[in-house]
Design a binder for this molecule. Sequence first.
Ligand SMILES: NC(=O)c1ccc[n+]([C@@H]2O[C@H](COP(=O)([O-])OP(=O)(O)OC[C@H]3O[C@@H](n4cnc5c(N)ncnc54)[C@H](O)[C@@H]3O)[C@@H](O)[C@H]2O)c1
Length: 377
Amino acid sequence: MCTQLANAKHKVAIIGCGRLGQHYATAYSTYPDTEIVAIAEFNKERRIAVGQRFGVKNLYQDAESLLKEIVPDIGVVVTPTKWMKESVIACAEAGVKGVSTDKPIAASLSDADAMVDSCKSNGVVFAGGNLPRAHNHVQEAAKWLREGKYGEIQGAIVSSIGNCISGQGVQWISALRLFMNSEVGEVMCWGQPESNVYSEDDEMLSNGIFSMNNGVNVPFYGTSIDDSVKTKIRKHDGVKATHKMGLDVWTEDSLIRWFWDSVEIYKGFDKNGKRILTDPEFSPWKWQEFGYMTSSIRSLIKSIETGSELAVSGHDLRQALEVAIAMKLSAQKGNVPIKLPLVDRTHTLIPEIYRWIGGDQTGNIQSVEEASTDLNM
Ligand SMILES: NC(=O)c1ccc[n+]([C@@H]2O[C@H](COP(=O)([O-])OP(=O)(O)OC[C@H]3O[C@@H](n4cnc5c(N)ncnc54)[C@H](O)[C@@H]3O)[C@@H](O)[C@H]2O)c1
C-alpha cells in the first residue's frame, strides 16, 4: 500500500496550451512523478497538435468541460490572463489538490481576491507559476537573509522595473517582497509619459519609492541604473536580453544582488574598501531542467505532499498586482502616497493586450507546426 502510494503519479491537466502552456507541458512530462492526463485548449487545431505531441488523449475545449469528466490532482492554468479566474476557480471547486496560474494573475484586484479566496476555502494549494522568484538560488539567498546570516537589512533598491508594471513589474515586486520578508506598505510613484499615466493599461515608465512594512524605504527605477552589467541569451526563445541589476539589498557588510535567476552575494570589503564577491555555495539541486519553471513546479508538488510553503503563490501574485495598481494610482493623483492594502478592490490594471487575451486574439498566432514541435527551453 505504502509503495503504491509512493509510486503514484500526480495527475496533471494543462488548461490553456499555447506557448507558455507547452513549456509547462514539456516540463511536467519529464518528471518521474507527474503524468499529464488531460488538456483543455480553446483552439481546436492546436488542441489536436498538442494532444499528439504530449501523447494526451483526453482533450477538451475549456476547464469546465474537462472538469466534468476528469478531476486531476493538479490544474495548470496557462490561459491568457482574462480567463485565469474562471479556470482557477473551476479547478478549486472541482476538488483538485493544487492549481497554478501565471502572471499577471488578473486585471482587477477583486478577481485576484476571488481566486485566492476560492483556493483557500476549498483547501487547494494555489501556486503562482513561472517566476524567477521561485528559482532555488533566489529562494535560498532570501532564506539566508531572513535567518540573519548577513545581519539586519539596511537598504534596498530596485532597478529596471520595466514599462509594463503588472505584466513584468510583478517579477521585481515579487522578488522584493521575498528578499525583504515584508509587504509594501505605501507607494509613491512618478509616471511617464502622461498619456500612459491616465490610460487603463499597465504601461507606464515608473520611478518612486516603496515604503516597506519593515521600515525600509526602497527607491525604484523604471529603467536600469547600471547598464554596465552583463548580457545573456534567454535560452527558451533565443532573445538577447540585457542582464542588468534588478534588486540590491544590503546589510552593514553584505550586498545581495538579484537579477532573474542569478544571485550574487558580496560579503566584507577588501583593503581598498571594495565589496568582495563570494561563492555563495548554494545547495545542490536535483531538478536542473527548465530553470525556475522547474523550481516553481517542484515547490507546488512539495507543498501538495507536505504542506510546505510555496516558492511563489497565487497570494504573492495578488500582492504584486496590488502594488502595481498602487503605482498607477499614485502617479495619477500627482505622486500621492498610496497606502496598502487598497480598500477599494475594484481597481483594475489591464495588462499588455497579448497577455490579456492571448496570441490568437491579437494576431500573434502560434502556428500548428510550432505547436507540434519540441521547444528548446
Ligand atoms: N511567467 C512568464 O514568464 C510568462 C511568459 C509568457 C507568458 N506568460 C503569461 O502566460 C499567459 C499565456 O501566455 P502565452 O504566451 O502562452 O499565450 P498564447 O496566446 O500563446 O496561449 C494561450 C492559449 O490559451 C488558449 N485559451 C484561451 N482561452 C482559453 C480558455 N478559456 N480555456 C482553454 N484554453 C484557452 C488559447 O487558445 C491559447 O492556445 C499570459 O497571461 C502571459 O502573460 C507568462
